[in-house]
Design a protein around this ligand. Structure first.
Ligand SMILES: Nc1ncnc2c1ncn2[C@@H]1O[C@H](COP(=O)(O)OP(=O)(O)OP(=O)(O)O)[C@@H](O)[C@H]1O
Length: 298
């Protein structure tokens, strides 16, 4: 008999309203162990509320949230999930080392302090007081706080918002080390390029619902077509009938073909001898994201 491992995250039809605002609207999301998932969506889409519900901080109005098959609050107390809030008060007048040692004592099987400091790129900062930190350093302390219990699931709400480019790179190095150890990582972000590099799955939320869920390539395919362009031949009408082409537009001396099957389109162009100054531009994640979440009224 095959024993199914419980998923790291399981949200089933969760709904949460604040007064008249339905922040999350019947959202279902399952994250198996070991994946790195990016949660994307415009401002107010419901990302933070979703994260709050899966950490047991916000009780859903209806539906069910579970972490590793347990009630979320219970899973967090057992150190199975570590979270890093967007911002949050650090206790003043203690050093980073004291704060992390105190927290380590509250978990059954914490990570050694040296390891946590290394993962959070804070090895030299152990004796620094937490109220004497830059925004980026405070962010790293919050990251270390999420890691100290050695959780199987790490949840990060816009983890790199306060970090500069170099600190961001270091941060993701730490995350990749953790992902390599089989940790499940869920993070929300507005940096689509960054998400594209780090995550192996993308969940796009809009108006409290999941509007797309898949790999970066799958998400791009759902909505965005690759643009194949060539120097326009004398006659252009036939270009619109080539395999894969959904739309054709001539601007200046160039013909732009929006194609669902760019390989087939390029082959057909080559057979017809119409490949002068050929360019193929794949759709970006940004295009896909805008198309998925644009506020068009149906
Ligand atoms: N405590 C609250 N009281 C009232 N309304 C709230 C509360 N928390 C969230 N909302 C509303 O619920 C909706 C979803 O908010 P949420 O913070 O979950 O979105 P988000 O996707 O995290 O946005 P952002 O990217 O701006 O952080 C928004 O309309 C927000 O104003």
């Amino acid at each position: 008999m095959v024993v199914m491992e419980t998923d790291a995250v399981s949200l089933t039809a969760v709904t949460k309203s604040f007064g008249a605002v339905r922040a999350v609207d019947g959202l279902t999301l399952t994250i198996p162990r070991g994946s790195t998932v990016a949660l994307l969506g415009p401002n107010g889409a419901g990302k933070s509320t979703t994260i709050g519900m899966l950490l047991g901080l916000i009780p859903p109005d209806s539906g069910k949230a579970a972490l590793f098959g347990l009630d979320p609050g219970q899973a967090v107390r057992r150190g199975l999930a570590g979270a890093m809030p967007q911002e949050g008060g650090l206790i003043p007048r203690v050093t980073i080392g004291e704060l992390l040692t105190f927290l380590a004592g509250t978990y059954p099987a914490p990570l050694p302090l040296d390891q946590v400091l290394a993962l959070a790129q804070m090895t030299g900062l152990r004796n620094r007081r937490v109220d004497k930190l830059s925004g980026g350093q405070a962010q790293r302390v919050r990251f270390a706080m999420a890691l100290i219990g050695d959780p199987g699931l790490i949840v990060l709400d816009e983890p790199t918002a306060a970090l500069d480019v170099e600190a961001r790179r270091e941060f993701w190095n730490g995350m990749r080390t953790l992902a390599g150890r089989g940790k499940t990582i869920l993070f929300s972000t507005h940096h689509l390029g960054e998400a594209d590099e780090q995550a192996d799955r993308f969940v796009v939320i809009d108006r409290g619902r999941v509007v797309a869920d898949g790999t970066s390539t799958e998400i791009k395919k759902i909505v965005a077509l690759t643009t194949v362009s060539v120097t326009a031949p004398a006659e252009v009408g036939w270009l619109g009938d080539l395999p894969g082409v959904r739309r054709m537009e001539v601007r200046g001396d160039r013909a732009h073909l929006r194609s669902a099957d760019p390989d087939a389109t390029v082959m057909a162009l080559a057979e017809a001898g119409a490949v002068r100054n050929l360019e193929v531009a794949p759709a970006g994640l940004e295009d896909a994201f805008v198309a998925l979440t644009s506020k068009e009224t149906v």
